[in-house]
Design a protein around this ligand. Structure first.
Ligand SMILES: NC(=O)c1ccc[n+]([C@@H]2O[C@H](COP(=O)([O-])OP(=O)(O)OC[C@H]3O[C@@H](n4cnc5c(N)ncnc54)[C@H](O)[C@@H]3O)[C@@H](O)[C@H]2O)c1
Length: 282
């Protein structure tokens, strides 16, 4: 056990109730913790609420009501000002995140922890707009949040040890397994995964059949899903931008996006969400 006694998390403010924010809200409420789920407009809140209702629809009616009773939906994030922790899940644009963190820093209690669910941006850059960089950390959830066990905790160069301990304890409270990653692009999981998916794109560009690549990786390395199918699930656009971000930060050609991926994005062949990627979807 750690010598640092971190406090229990009693309430969380989630900023952005999109795909990830709604999933994060659901998981926290299911764990018995109060959540204030905020977004910009009513329509965004409604979409998030719908996702949560679908996510808990298989549970007993009473449990569903209990989960929902712990969630406060709002278009005013200041309604969550008394929270112990904020998890930001707004779009992956540094300017938007900086704007959100600067606001949070003004109205949240000085000892509240501010976390970002960013997949590629630097925690150091996000924390730089606050007066509490030691209380800023990355909490990188994986999609779909209620299903995926991992929570990748990203330690920025200014992140304090108490913030790290609090985050580990919070992960335990919501039933997630953790790894700690340093604040460099891709952190741990995407640093390994993204170049692998890029390499699969090169194989397809060279004329290989995506089905062979997927079967090869599943049967030969025990991956539960092949890289082409996974790219279709993640979105060719999401993969493309992740590669660009790794390439920009490391200036290393091994992260250069495969030209086929660029073509797929240009053609709108984004994967499952557009009905066509490496595979066709009904
Ligand atoms: N999609 C994934 O698989 C995945 C996985 C891990 C991490 N992430 C990261 O999570 C974050 C969110 O991704 P997502 O897929 O949920 O995006 P999304 O587009 O589904 O959701 C973003 C939400 O933020 C809201 N928003 C925009 N500006 C806002 C503001 N200023 N204040 C409050 N809300 C605002 C939008 O209305 C939207 O509901 C990104 O940083 C992304 O990189 C995504």
């Amino acid at each position: 056990m750690s010598l640092l006694s971190s406090k229990n998390c009693n309430q969380v403010l989630v900023v952005g109730c999109g795909l990830m924010g709604a999933g994060i809200t659901q998981v926290i409420a299911q764990a018995g913790i109060k959540v204030v789920a905020s977004d910009r407009a009513e329509k965004d809140i409604e979409r998030g609420k719908k996702q949560i209702l679908k996510g808990i629809s298989k549970k007993e009616e009473e449990e569903q009501q209990q989960i929902l009773s712990r969630i406060t939906f709002t278009t005013n994030m200041e309604d969550g000002k008394d929270s112990d922790l904020v998890i930001e899940a707004v779009p992956e644009k540094l300017e938007i995140k900086k704007e959100v963190f600067a606001k949070l820093d003004q109205f949240m209690n000085p000892d509240a922890i501010l976390a970002s669910n960013t997949s590629t941006l630097s925690i150091a850059a996000i924390s730089s707009v606050t007066k509490r960089p030691e209380k800023v950390i990355g909490l990188h959830f994986f999609s779909p949040v209620p299903v995926m066990k991992l929570l990748e905790i990203v330690e920025g160069i200014s992140t304090g040890e108490e913030t790290l301990e609090f985050s580990k304890q919070f992960a335990e409270q919501i039933g997630k397994e953790t790894i700690v990653a340093k604040d460099y692009p891709g952190f741990t999981v995407n640093r390994v995964l993204v170049p692998m998916l890029n390499e699969a794109a090169y194989l397809v560009m060279e004329g290989n059949d995506p089905r062979d690549i997927d079967r090869g990786m599943m049967l030969g390395t025990n991956h539960p899903i092949g890289p082409c199918k996974l790219t279709d699930m993640v979105g060719a656009d999401v993969l493309f931008y992740a590669l660009e971000s790794l390439y920009a930060d490391f200036s290393d050609s091994k992260y250069r996006p495969c030209p086929l991926l660029r073509r797929m994005v240009e053609a709108g062949h984004l994967g499952k969400k557009s009905g066509q990627g490496y595979y066709k979807y009904e």
